[in-house]
Design a protein around this ligand. Structure first.
Ligand code: CP
Length: 343
């Protein structure tokens, strides 16, 4: 872990390092906590809204004896330029090269949320192609210029803190996760959402040696390069990964069901067309009838959730729902990351 400066993607770390973070998170949750970040500080830059990530990072730093500084970009900092050699005669006021180096002088790490698909716009942001978004320009600019660790609080491509938090939850609840059937199912949502969260959730389940099944409608395939990485991680852990376009088929005999929506890759930048097709997929909802096909599976969702659109109330409020524990475990997972990166 010490050789790697940033926490951008869980797959940047060896599986043993991820398992060590999970173990540390659970030990911290069980009271083995030292305030080892005394005098250390974390700058948090939010280019998008957040409830869980924002509050859990602030509380994590406080519990570890450090300080978190929340900089919502719209109100708390200048607008940034990210590209090299830019002639800054347009709207951007400060180059990230300067901001990152200045923050490095004050703080011990920076955490960035920058997902260009999350927006207050009616459908989804007018964004460029997936190939361009995939470069994760904003967080990579910070990684390039900062002389301290950069933590990904959700980029276009990965949400490693969510993935790690989910892994902590599954280990906590199931004990031995090897061979357990984990289903990540696409669910209907009125808006096209980023695929960072499912990417990291699936990668985490692959690291746990689970029998991973990903269900999504035809046309909603994940990025092939990331699927390759998932397949490699599953192999390394002794697990497996399969894909299907039938939620019902996926759910059979499963022990964990995680619902998540995302926008179809091939329609990036053309959301009106994507929306028309997506409109025919409202039956991709997790309800009790579908959960009855499982092996009494537990239900997970990263939240925020559109109730009775992605999942029915009876499932999310039922005895087998882990969603609030899953949200809490973001805190312990991030404490493990902060403590490991900053000590
Ligand atoms: N799951 C998650 O990252 O939630 P927030 O967007 O509220 O941070």
């Amino acid at each position: 872990m010490k050789t790697l400066k940033h926490f951008y993607n869980t797959a940047d770390f060896r599986r043993e390092e991820i398992l060590a973070l999970i173990d540390l998170a659970l030990r911290m949750k069980n009271g083995q906590l030292t305030k080892d970040l005394n005098g250390k500080s974390l700058a948090m830059l939010f280019f998008n809204p957040s409830l869980r990530t924002r509050v859990s990072f602030m509380v994590a730093m406080q519990k570890l004896g450090g300080l978190a500084i929340d900089l919502p970009i719209k109100d708390g900092a200048y607008s940034f330029e990210f590209t090299g050699n830019a002639v800054m005669n347009q709207g951007a006021i400060e180059h990230v090269k300067d901001a990152a180096q200045v923050l490095s002088g004050y703080c011990d790490a920076v955490a960035i949320r920058s997902s260009e698909l999350i927006t207050s716009a009616k459908e989804s942001a007018e964004v460029l192609s997936w190939d361009e978004l995939k470069n994760d320009l904003v967080i990579r600019a910070f990684m390039k210029y900062a002389s301290f660790p950069v933590i990904n609080m959700e980029s276009n491509v990965y949400h490693p803190c969510q993935g790690l938090g989910d892994a902590v939850t599954m280990v906590e609840k199931l004990g031995d996760t090897k061979g357990k059937k984990y289903v990540l199912t696409w669910s209907y949502h009125p808006k096209a959402l980023p695929m960072a969260t499912p990417n990291s959730q699936i990668l985490a389940a692959c690291d746990l040696g689970m029998e991973v099944v990903v269900a999504h409608p035809l046309g909603w395939e994940l990025d092939p390069q990331i699927i390759y990485s998932m397949t490699q991680r599953a192999k390394q852990s002794g697990g497996s990964i399969k894909f299907t376009s039938s939620m019902e088929e996926a759910l059979k005999d499963s022990q964990v069901v995680c619902a998540k929506s995302w926008g179809a890759l091939k329609y990036y930048g053309n959301w009106e067309e994507e929306k028309e097709i997506r409109g025919g997929l409202i039956n991709w909802i997790v309800d009790q009838k579908k959960m009855d096909m499982t092996d009494n599976a537990y239900f997970m969702h990263c939240l925020p959730v559109r109730r009775n659109v992605e999942v029915t109330d009876d499932v999310i409020d039922g005895d087998n729902s882990w969603v609030y524990d899953q949200a809490e475990n973001r805190l312990w997972a991030q404490m493990a990351v902060l403590s490991t990166l900053l000590c």
